[in-house]
Design a protein around this ligand. Structure first.
Ligand SMILES: C[S@@+](CC[C@H](N)C(=O)[O-])C[C@H]1O[C@@H](n2cnc3c(N)ncnc32)[C@H](O)[C@@H]1O
Length: 207
């Protein structure tokens, strides 16, 4: 679904919403619906790599009882997503932090119910990963999973309900499951073919 009704500000250096973004929205709409039914209290959702803010804004508009916190490595994404959230959401429903993944959060004070990441997952050279912020939006390194691995390492420090992330089916996803098998249970919850690739959405739970 392309959500033509949601008009967002843009920045040429920030990843614009596209098919992977819409896939993540579709998956999370269903997941959040379940969480709300299962819990009789407010819910905190953290989006890592928030980009334009599109996913969190769509979900926050649909579920006004959920609070969102977004992070992004790129200060341009952090600024743009903040502006977009300000245009569409009440100020007490969101916060944005410019940081690498979840690195600066204190695990004893931050335990979101849901964490999700539409990460850079395209197979690229290491040089591509070191270019500008826009390249960092998609450059996933030689196996496509360099940033995902770092994200999962971060997750080991936190208490959270469930985490979700996307990857390409052509990436070395089995090595993620192998490397983190002591810490997490992985489940593929959805797949979608987009243009020349097939995306896969994983659910992650602590053991
Ligand atoms: C594929 S884009 C997704 C953007 C947006 N969530 C969406 O779905 O349209 C990946 C986003 O992750 C951000 N990013 C890349 N590496 C990151 C890191 N180590 N920590 C936080 N954000 C990161 C990029 O700046 C970019 O905004």
């Amino acid at each position: 679904m392309a959500f033509p009704e949601l008009k967002l500000k843009k920045n040429p250096n920030v990843y614009p919403p596209q098919e992977d973004t819409w896939f993540m929205v579709d998956v999370l709409e269903t997941q959040l619906h379940r969480e709300i039914l299962n819990r009789n209290r407010s819910i905190l959702v953290c989006e890592v790599g928030i980009g334009s803010g599109f996913i969190s804004i769509v979900l926050a508009k649909k579920y006004p009882m959920i609070n969102f916190i977004g992070t992004d490595l790129s200060y341009q994404s952090a600024i743009l997503s903040f502006k977009n959230m300000k245009d569409h959401l009440p100020r007490n429903q969101y916060d944005i932090v410019c940081m690498d993944r979840l690195r600066s959060f204190n695990p004893s004070k931050f335990s979101p119910d849901i964490i999700f990441f539409n990460p850079p997952y395209v197979r690229t050279s290491l040089e591509e990963m070191r270019k500008g912020f826009l390249e960092k939006s998609w450059a996933g390194g030689p196996k496509g999973i360099t940033v995902i691995q770092e994200f999962l390492k971060d997750l080991t420090r936190f208490f959270f309900g469930k985490a979700f992330f996307l990857s390409s089916i052509f990436n070395e996803n089995e090595s993620l499951e192998r490397d983190f098998k002591e810490e997490f249970i992985f489940r593929v919850i959805s797949q979608r073919k987009i243009e020349n690739e097939k995306l896969i959405c994983y659910e992650v739970r602590s053991r």
